[in-house]
Design a protein around this ligand. Structure first.
Ligand SMILES: Cc1cc2nc3c(=O)[nH]c(=O)nc-3n(C[C@H](O)[C@H](O)[C@H](O)COP(=O)(O)OP(=O)(O)OC[C@H]3O[C@@H](n4cnc5c(N)ncnc54)[C@H](O)[C@@H]3O)c2cc1C
Ligand code: SF4
Length: 338
C-alpha cells in the first residue's frame, strides 16, 4: 500500500448541497464507506482531487420497507440493510446478499450506493502501482493492452463483483439518480453497461469492464426501490474462497413463484462472472411445469450461454461458470420446495 495522496474532503449534509458540490467539482468522486475506493486510491489506481462524502446526508440514510414496497437510500450501510426486520421478512434475497458482502467491518462502513457502483475487478488491475508498472499497466488504467485477452481489440473484461445488484435485479429494482438539474429514475439493470463485446463498437449504453456504468458525469445514485410481488420467494447464495471475507467466485440470486405444482415466474441473476451483473434471459421458457431434471438442464444451458467468466480472478473462468449453474439449480430447487 502506498501513502494516501492529497485530496479535499467535502461533507455535505443535504442532497442539494451534494449536487452543488458535484457540479462545482466535475473531477470529484463520491465516497460512501470508502471500503473499495480508499484501497484504489492507495494503490494509485485513481487520484480524485476532491471526495464528496455522502454519509452525512440524512435523506440518503433511510430504509422504508413494508409488504408492498422497499426504498433504500444510497448511504444506508450494509449492516443496517442486512439486519432490517421488514427487509428480512419481505425481501430476503436483499438481506441475504447484504449479509454475504465482505467482512463485518466492511459491512459496518460499506454503503448501498458504493456497492451498486463498485468498480470492476481484475488480477492485473487490483494491484499496487509498482506491480502494475512492472507489466506496463493495462487498458483499464494507462496501458494499451489487456493482459487477460491480449487480442481483445481495446476491450476490458474486468469483472463486476458487487453482491447487491443481482439480488435487486431479480426484484426489477429501479434507482434514483441525481444531477445538478433534478432526479431521474431508471431500471437498475440499465445502470450496468459492461457487455464487453469485441464484435460491437462501444457506445453510451454498451461498454466493457472499464466503462461499466451508464452514469453521466456528475451524477449520484440516491436510492434503489422495489415493488413487492405477492407470492415471490427469493434467496441469494455465493461461493467464495474465504468464507468469512471475500468477493464472490460467483454469486447467484433467484426469485420465483409457484402455483400448485407449476413454476410460474423465474428470475435469476449473477455476479462475479461478467463485466456487469447479469439478469438471465430466457427463463420464461422454463416455466409452466415442475422444475424437474430437464428444466434444470435447460437452466444450465442458459447459464452456460450468458455467463462469460474470463481469467480475471485466480479462479478459472470455466469453474466460475460451473459454480453459477450449480448455485442456480440448487436455489431454484430449494425455493420451489420451500
Ligand atoms: C477485503 C475486501 C472484501 C470485499 N468483499 C466484497 C464482497 O464480498 N462483495 C462485495 O460486493 N464487495 C466486497 N468488497 C468491496 C466493498 O467493501 C463493498 O462493495 C462495499 O459495499 C462498497 O461500498 P462503499 O460504500 O465502501 O463504497 P466506496 O468504496 O465508498 O465506493 C465505491 C465506488 O462507488 C462510487 N460511489 C459510492 N457511492 C456512490 C453513489 N451514491 N453514487 C455514485 N457513485 C457512488 C465511488 O465513487 C466508488 O467508485 C470487499 C472489499 C474488501 C476490501
Ligand atoms: S481485463 Fe484486461 S484491460 Fe481489463 S483490467 Fe484486466 S488486464 Fe486490464
Amino acid at each position: 500500500m502506498q501513502a494516501l495522496p492529497e485530496f479535499e474532503l467535502l461533507r455535505p449534509t443535504t442532497l442539494d448541497d451534494a449536487r452543488k458540490a458535484r457540479a462545482a467539482h466535475p473531477e470529484s468522486q463520491i465516497i460512501g464507506g470508502g471500503t473499495d475506493l480508499m484501497v484504489n486510491i492507495r494503490r494509485g489506481i485513481v487520484a480524485p482531487p476532491v471526495l464528496i462524502d455522502l454519509t452525512g446526508v440524512a435523506e440518503l440514510r433511510k430504509i422504508n420497507a413494508d409488504e408492498t414496497s422497499l426504498e433504500i437510500g444510497a448511504s444506508v450501510t450494509l449492516v443496517e440493510l442486512a439486519a432490517h426486520p421488514q427487509v428480512i421478512k419481505h425481501y430476503p434475497v436483499v438481506a441475504e446478499a447484504a449479509a454475504h458482502i465482505a467482512g463485518p467491518m466492511h459491512r459496518n462502513m460499506g454503503t448501498v450506493g458504493g456497492n451498486l457502483c463498485l468498480d470492476t475487478r481484475c488480477i492485473f488491475y487490483n494491484q499496487s502501482e509498482w506491480w502494475r508498472g512492472a507489466i506496463h499497466h493495462c487498458l483499464k488504467t494507462t496501458g494499451d493492452i489487456c493482459h487477460v485477452a491480449p487480442k481483445s481489440r481495446g476491450v476490458c473484461f474486468a469483472t463486476f463483483s458487487g453482491d447487491l445488484a443481482p439480488a435487486l435485479m431479480t426484484l426489477d429494482a429501479e434507482i434514483g439518480v441525481a444531477r445538478a438539474d433534478g432526479i431521474r429514475a431508471m431500471p437498475l439493470n440499465a445502470l450496468y453497461i459492461g457487455y464487453a463485446r469485441q464484435d460491437e463498437p462501444q457506445t453510451a449504453t454498451r461498454g466493457d469492464g472499464k466503462h461499466f456504468l451508464s452514469l453521466r458525469p456528475g451524477e449520484i445514485v440516491t436510492s434503489v426501490s422495489v415493488k413487492n410481488t405477492p407470492g415471490l420467494r427469493s434467496a441469494y447464495d455465493k461461493i467464495r474462497i474465504r468464507r468469512s471475507i471475500e468477493f464472490p467466485v460467483c454469486g447467484v440470486a433467484v426469485a420465483l413463484r409457484r402455483d400448485g405444482d407449476a413454476l410460474i415466474d423465474l428470475r435469476v441473476a449473477f455476479t462475479g462472472t461478467n463485466s456487469r451483473p447479469v439478469r438471465l434471459e430466457g427463463t420464461a421458457a422454463l416455466c409452466g411445469g415442475t422444475p424437474d431434471a430437464r428444466v434444470l438442464q435447460d437452466l444450465d444451458a442458459l447459464v452456460r450461454d450468458q455467463v462469460m467468466a474470463m481469467k480475471t480472478t485466480f479462479t478459472p473462468g470455466h469453474y466460475r461458470r460451473r459454480v453459477a449453474g450449480v448455485l442456480a439449480r440448487r436455489l431454484v430447487t430449494r425455493l420451489f420446495e420451500s
